[in-house]
Design a protein. Structure first.
Length: 402
């Protein structure tokens, strides 16, 4: 066992996948409560990479793989964005030969290698009793794998796309929506000054929540989402009418990065795939912008309409968390500790219909969470439906039957 003083038990926590505001408050909540309950807390560094690369030798320098968490450490970072434990998209069950840690390269020689046996030994080496992964469906899917291998897992959902199944809310979503609304409002002054279309590409690979909510809040006239392939000519007609009705002569569309033209496919900026098989999206906003300018004369008395095109990208995931992404992570962290104190594991903490709860962690891999087009998206008007708000959750369209 590593040189870690074991008290009531050892809890390990990690953050995987993309960064979002709210991760550090979650780490802080887990750590403060756990320490006061008599546990030791270990921060596993760089997502699943740290626990995969650890060397099981008391004399080895594993500072890049984990650190002991204290109140001083987590208080310093707890109000900030990002994750001080750092992150990665490492998938221990599918490690390319070139990425196998040096001390394991003689043992694992396949093109892709399952290093789960090493992860299990490394968790045992650190004396970990409970594991709390914070992540999206990719990161948490490997948490499900470890749970099936006997690890006591309590998961916390995080992703600004808000598409982890089983929960109304994932850490990072509110700040993403808040930033999108703010930046859209900032850019509308330029769009109005020059009487242009404003095209903003936002995150959302398979789910369009990050485009839908700002549009519903009035930030944009239209939005196009991954769940519904759209006709660019129809979008052009709608935006032209919106622009010409507007005294300031501009209109706005939010474009999910995973949105697709009718008969088309997702647009990728880089075909290199991450450990979970995802190529990097980006570029649909550029194509939409070019086609809008090309087609606009047809609906604007023969005159083209110029376009301001902006990819919001990391601007919506950087910086400090908003109020919701400060409060929810605190609650999620304490909920995770509540479960651990009761000896319960194999669960994911969630928000359902405005109340905190927990569900089986396996739900992460059992279904997909997307916009329900028939109920929530007007395919003729290319915008959310504004109806039936009674008894809806805080973010309107993020609830699902579990």
């Amino acid at each position: 066992m590593a040189n870690i003083k074991k008290t009531k038990g050892v809890i390990a926590i990690l953050t995987g996948g993309g960064d979002v505001p709210g991760l550090n408050p979650a780490i802080r909540a887990v750590t403060i409560r756990a320490l006061r309950e008599g546990y030791q807390v270990i921060g596993l560094r760089r997502g699943w990479a740290g626990i995969t690369e650890l060397v099981r030798d008391k004399k080895a320098d594993n500072s890049a793989c984990y650190q002991i968490l204290t109140e001083e450490v987590v208080n310093r970072a707890g109000r900030t964005g990002g994750t001080f434990l750092h992150s990665s998209r490492t998938r221990p069950s599918h490690v390319p030969k070139a990425n196998v840690p040096p001390h394991l390269q003689d043992t694992y020689t396949e093109e892709f290698n399952d290093l789960t046996p090493e992860v299990l030994k490394n968790l045992d080496f650190l004396g970990v009793d409970y594991l709390i992964p914070i992540g999206g469906d990719d990161t948490l899917s490997y948490g499900v794998r470890l749970y099936t291998e006997g690890v006591k897992v309590v998961a916390i959902p995080k992703t600004m796309d808000n598409d982890v199944p089983g929960t109304d809310y994932c850490i990072g979503f509110s700040t993403c929506v808040t930033r999108t609304i703010m930046m859209t409002n900032n850019l509308r002054t330029s769009a109005g000054s020059h009487e242009r279309f404003l095209v903003l590409e936002v995150f959302g690979r398979y789910a369009g929540f990050t485009a839908m909510l700002p549009t519903m809040a009035g930030a944009a006239n239209r939005c196009v989402i991954p769940e519904h392939q759209f006709e660019i000519e129809h979008l052009t007609e709608l935006l032209t009418k919106d622009r010409n009705r507007n005294p300031s002569k501009y209109s706005i569309v939010l474009v999910s990065e995973g949105a697709m033209f009718v008969g088309g496919e997702m647009i990728f900026s880089d075909m290199t795939r991450d450990a979970y098989g995802h190529a990097k999206l980006g570029g649909i906003g550029d194509l939409v912008s070019a086609k809008l300018k090309e087609l606009s004369p047809k609906f604007n008395n023969g005159k083209p309409i110029n376009v301001i095109n902006q990819r919001l990208g990391y601007l919506v995931r950087g910086g400090d968390p908003d109020a919701i992404d400060s409060i929810v992570p605190m609650a999620y962290g304490n909920l995770a500790l509540d479960l651990i104190l009761q000896g319960i594991h194999g669960r994911m903490v969630v928000l359902k219909n405005g109340r905190y709860d927990n569900v089986p962690v396996e739900i992460v891999t059992s279904k997909k969470k997307k916009v329900k087009v028939s109920e929530q998206y007007n395919t003729e008007r290319l915008r959310p439906f504004f109806k039936s708000f009674d008894m809806k959750p805080l973010f309107i369209m993020t609830s699902e039957l579990i």
